[in-house]
Design a protein around this ligand. Structure first.
Ligand SMILES: [Zn+2]
Length: 321
């Protein structure tokens, strides 16, 4: 009986976490607010809970619509070797060369971030408060995903190298264990991003370049680490969860030499920069003077539907753990 319970818990957790994990995404959006200039800061601070809570909406949407999945990653190694000269950075050139189906199948995160920037800029121009907040929360999600090395690798969960689970290990387990206690989130100020396309492509290329070490270092550590100490079991609200042990997590984080912390910091810096850039490009609207301040019945319904789809727990389209 106990065994059954454990197995179902494992399946459940395997399905429900990806990207920076809910903890990471919420924290990253939250912290990005504090980098903003005074003209934006008070509005974003007033709505910081919303921006943090809704940082995970794009992940929940993966349970609702199949088009959502590819917006979170790009299997950039499908296109050759770093720095992937075969893959055009312009979306139009990329689909002309590889077809829209192929581009979509291997993920579109660097282009989707730019689409979201356009939408957010338009929401600022319209002075539409609800749209500004929803799009700010969501672009934060995609930008943070672009910073995760395994979001830029076809071996995204170590499934080809017998390292299943490494995705959540890197981006959920490490931050959950160490971010509050040990990571430094003093980051400075948001900067205007002159070339958003180049900026996000540079982050994605860094992710692609780092994915090899993310996988290799875990493999090497596993070889030398006592087998029975790699995982631990924890009782969370009556459910037994298997997870990478504290010792193994700390050892891996040390081998990574601050990579997770660095990528979290860069995510926060990038998100604040994109928010700031959208606001500047929209002509610096006065955020004390916005319209459409209340969530509509449709907005509320959309949030409920996202939540329900997520609770049912079946990703539509490809898993990317
Ligand atoms: Zn995601």
């Amino acid at each position: 009986m106990k065994k059954l319970f454990l197995i179902s818990a494992l399946l459940l957790t395997a399905h429900k976490c990806f990207c920076w994990g809910f903890y990471g995404h919420k924290k990253i959006n939250y912290l990005a607010v504090f980098l903003l200039p005074p003209e934006m800061l008070s509005f974003y601070k007033e709505n910081i809970q919303f921006l943090s809570d809704h940082a995970v909406d794009p992940d929940m949407r993966r349970y609702a619509i199949p088009e959502e999945g590819p917006r979170h990653y790009i299997d950039i190694d499908h296109y050759g070797k770093y720095p992937y000269p075969e893959l055009p950075h312009s979306y139009d050139s990329a689909i002309a060369k590889f077809t829209a189906d192929t581009i979509n199948a291997y993920g579109i995160v660097p282009w989707w971030v730019q689409t979201m920037l356009g939408r957010l800029t338009f929401a600022f121009k319209e002075k539409n408060q609800v749209r500004i907040l929803k799009l700010s929360a969501e672009i934060g999600h995609y930008i943070a995903d672009a910073h995760v090395p395994l979001h830029a690798s076809h071996n995204h969960n170590g499934q080809y190298t017998n390292q299943n689970g490494i995705h959540g290990f890197w981006e959920s387990r490490i931050p959950e264990l160490l971010a509050d206690k040990e990571f430094d989130f003093w980051i400075g100020r948001a900067e205007y991003i002159k070339k958003p396309g180049e900026f996000i492509w540079a982050r994605v290329l860094e992710s692609g370049a780092a994915s090899d070490s993310v996988l290799r270092l875990e493999r090497e550590l596993t070889k030398t680490y006592p087998t029975d100490a790699k995982y631990s079991f924890e009782n969370r609200n009556g459910v037994i969860i298997r997870q990478y042990s504290t010792g193994f997590t700390v050892a891996y984080n040390n081998l990574l030499q601050g990579m997770v912390e660095r990528r979290m910091r860069q995510s926060i810096f990038a998100i604040a920069g994109f928010w700031y850039t959208a606001w500047i490009n929209a002509g610096q609207p006065d955020l004390k003077n916005l319209t459409n301040k209340e969530l509509s019945a449709e907005d509320v319904k959309e949030f409920e539907e996202l939540n329900n789809a997520w609770r049912k727990g079946k990703v539509v389209g490809r898993e990317h753990e």
